[in-house]
Design a protein around this ligand. Structure first.
Ligand SMILES: CC(C)(COP(=O)(O)OP(=O)(O)OC[C@H]1O[C@@H](n2cnc3c(N)ncnc32)[C@H](O)[C@@H]1OP(=O)(O)O)[C@@H](O)C(=O)NCCC(=O)NCCS
Length: 215
């Protein structure tokens, strides 16, 4: 998982802040991807992705949602100042920036957090990068942070994301019906989560499949 440097970030807002290790400067490594905490020099790219109508369709069920550079800057400062959230840039092994992967609501008491992901460079969709990046973050969450549960929401029309999450061990917890109107049709939000045991089991399956394909 690379050389992680841990130290404590302070926050007046968060009860468990004293115990939350900082990821500043740390890098998480997958097989195809590298995750590093977002830096100021990434904000123009983040702005581009946040204003891509296809991406906002999948992320927010809204093709017309836009984000100003001011909002992007505000969000960046909020993430930097709050130990319960982090946003990573997903890079290929060749250093190309292809997407973002974040978490918030980190609670060391409940041992859980919520995650979200977007591969902004669309040529990289369906080539295994999203699942690889997610596995790298989950591995960090379940081993270093000893979390028990990681959860997310996904719209029911997002079959590729649901398939990717299942590959990482996520299962459906429930459905929130009719949360957004898209092209005149109500869509549901699927609530999914993965726990430490599911993740280990799924990792074992992926490793066995890789070994068999090499035999
Ligand atoms: C969702 C996302 C992160 C997944 O990452 P990815 O790298 O594209 O996904 P992966 O290649 O790792 O896995 C996708 C799987 O879905 C499958 N898939 C692709 N399109 C599909 C479809 N229409 N229906 C069902 N499965 C589909 C792929 O074949 C692949 O499975 P396989 O490896 O068994 O063949 C990425 O596509 C993305 O950022 N999409 C846009 C934003 C988004 O949807 N974010 C998530 C919001 S909740």
């Amino acid at each position: 998982m690379g050389a992680l440097r841990w130290w404590t970030r302070q926050s007046a807002r968060c009860d468990n802040a004293a115990e939350v290790p900082s990821l500043e400067g740390a890098v998480l490594r997958g097989v195809k991807t590298v995750l590093r905490p977002i830096e100021e020099t990434d904000l123009a790219l983040l702005w581009k992705w946040e204003n891509d109508s296809e991406l906002t369709y999948y992320l927010n069920a809204d093709r017309h949602r836009t984000m100003s550079m001011d909002e992007v800057n505000r969000r960046y400062r909020q993430i930097r100042g709050d130990p319960t959230m982090e946003l990573f840039i997903i890079e290929t092994q060749h250093g190309e920036r292809i997407g973002m992967l974040g978490y918030d609501n980190l609670s060391l008491e409940r041992r859980s957090c919520r995650v979200y992901i977007g591969i902004g460079e669309k040529g990289y969709w369906s080539h295994g990068y999203g699942s690889d990046a997610m596995r790298a973050l989950l591995s960090h969450h379940f081993t270093e942070l000893q979390l028990e549960r990681v959860y997310l929401s996904v719209y029911d029309f997002n079959d590729r994301a649901i398939a990717s999450y299942r590959k990482c061990g996520y299962r459906v917890d429930g459905v929130r019906r009719n949360v957004a109107l898209v092209d005149g049709q109500w869509c549901d939000s699927i609530e999914m989560s993965v726990n430490a045991t599911d993740f280990q089991r799924q990792n074992h399956r992926v490793a066995s499949a890789a070994t068999e394909s090499h035999d």
